[in-house]
Design a protein around this ligand. Structure first.
Ligand code: HEM
Length: 462
């Protein structure tokens, strides 16, 4: 354990008097909080007890943080649980039939075709690209020695540049600047669940703020379509194993290649699912390190002593156990995907609770990762939880930043590799000091984001 414990910012759990009954006022307050910051909804009781069975407007919910129940609905009996309306409402306009929201046979076929795309060999193959992008950005920052930079924005740019380099290997057919401007704007206008979606209102009801988002999606899709057409028209090259070429070949060996629409849907899915999540995790990780000088010194000493220059960047993470533990602890405290939900299709039993078809099951990694029954000193930053024997003692399914079961994040090893490489490159070249007047508060807007831009004064090292 670190000698100097640091408790990073988080909303204080709400106190709800025992026996409090739902009222109209209570519902209004619920929607107000959900609109402001869904992380504030959790009460003291949620961090102490495993199971809750509320009804909201007649809809039955089971909120569970019991690792055994989580294992059942996400892993061992996953077939009995479908996706919820909210997930479709949030992502469908952007990603069509992409893997993140595909269901049934379409999901099975797509997952089967995409699994080899993220195999060990392909993920390792992306490591040099990740390192090159990270070095370019770190060296650009090093030139700004002594200046204050907005870490949140820097990480969004960096993660987008890594992803577009891996998706299209810097193909000239794509105007990356326009592409990222569009994506940025889209995240801004579409980044919050609409209250009508939270109330499960029918999809045809007009949602304010969705018009602009639709226009941007049309532009993004047409850019990726044009890129695909240009690639198809070119003679086949060897050596460009970017996501685009991997997707163009996916499923071909089994005689079930993806259609052009499926390729585009999934390229956009990787951007939607992989950009913000990784960027936010990196931002929180740099913030946590900057507030914990002891952890920072250990991370820097590890990177300096690991002899990384002579190593394939795909092997860096294995040589950096403490840095990897810092990333894991950052995802424990600030899991980018802070809530999963599923809809029960048939009857089941989760722990002591009978589940009727149509019940919505909710687990929040935010709560799970801070639960009193599962973690010692849950609100404290302590990367050593993920080192050696302490890591082995973490209860199964108490920690799942990437989900669990058949729908576990397909990009998990890709992003773990990317984050270790980015940290190694940045810690070798730069020092950071958080200089914000306020500490960044975590706010959930699809991902868990900092409320500030996380300003940091940077200094070139050595
Ligand atoms: C720190 C980074 C990331 C985090 C925390 C994260 C988290 C998650 C989680 C929790 C899920 C499961 C959701 C559920 O079960 O309902 C998921 C699914 C998914 N993620 Fe990630 N993700 C990250 C990075 C990425 C990257 C880099 C990519 C792609 C390049 C990606 C692509 C996907 C896809 C396609 C799915 C849907 C899988 C399916 O439904 O079969 N993710 N992610």
């Amino acid at each position: 354990m670190l000698d100097t414990a640091f408790t990073p910012p988080a909303p204080t759990p709400r106190y709800v008097p025992p026996g409090a009954r739902p009222s109209l006022q209570g519902y209004l307050r619920y929607f107000q909080i959900m609109r402001r910051n869904p992380l504030e909804i959790w009460t003291e009781g949620h961090y102490r007890e495993f199971v809750w069975t509320p009804r909201v407007f007649g809809q039955p919910y089971v909120i569970t943080h019991d690792p055994e129940a989580v294992r059942r609905f996400l892993v061992t009996n996953a077939d009995n649980y479908g996706l919820t309306r909210l997930r479709r409402a949030l992502f469908e306009p952007l990603i069509g039939d992409g893997l993140l929201i595909a269901e049934g046979d379409l999901w099975k076929r797509t997952r089967k075709a995409l699994t080899p795309v993220f195999n060990h060999r392909n993920v390792r193959g992306f490591a040099p690209v990740m390192r090159d992008v990270a070095v370019r950005e770190a060296e650009a920052l090093a030139k700004r020695d002594g200046e204050t930079v907005l870490m949140s924005r820097e990480m969004l740019n960096l993660a987008l540049n890594v992803l577009t380099a891996c998706l299209f290997s810097g193909d000239e057919a794509i105007d990356t600047e326009r592409f990222s401007r569009n994506l940025d704007r889209l995240l801004h206008v579409a980044g919050m669940p609409h209250p009508l979606d939270l109330m499960a209102a029918p999809a045809w009801l007009p949602r304010l703020g969705r018009g602009e988002a639709t226009g941007i999606v049309v532009q993004l899709r047409s850019q990726v379509n044009a890129l695909l057409a240009a690639r198809r028209a070119r003679p086949k090259e060897t050596g460009t194993d970017d996501f685009l070429s991997l997707l163009m070949n996916a499923g071909a060996d089994e005689g079930a290649p993806l259609s052009d629409k499926e390729i585009v849907d999934n390229l956009i899915t990787f951007l939607a699912a992989g950009h913000e999540t990784t960027a936010r995790t990196l931002t929180w990780t740099f913030y946590l390190l900057s507030k914990s000088p002891e952890a920072l010194d250990r991370a820097v000493a590890e990177v300096d002593g690991a002899g990384l220059d002579d190593e394939d960047p795909a092997d860096w993470a294995a040589r950096l156990p403490f840095v990897t533990a810092v990333i894991k602890e950052s995802m424990r405290l600030y899991p980018a995907a802070a809530i999963f939900s599923r809809l029960a299709l048939g009857p089941d039993r989760l722990g002591d609770v009978d589940i009727a078809p149509g019940t919505e099951i909710i687990t929040s990694p935010w709560v799970l990762h801070r639960h009193d029954k599962l973690w010692a000193r849950p609100w404290v930053f302590d990367p050593d939880r993920f080192m050696g024997a302490a890591a082995d003692a973490i209860p199964r399914h108490a920690y799942m930043p990437f989900g669990a079961g058949p729908r576990i994040c397909i990009g998990a090893s890709f992003s773990m590799q990317e984050m270790a490489i980015v940290l190694a490159v940045f810690l070798t070249r730069l020092r950071f000091e958080h200089v914000g007047r306020e500490e960044p508060q975590p706010i959930m807007r699809i991902t868990v984001q900092p409320s500030t831009d996380v300003p940091m004064r940077i200094a070139r090292r050595g």
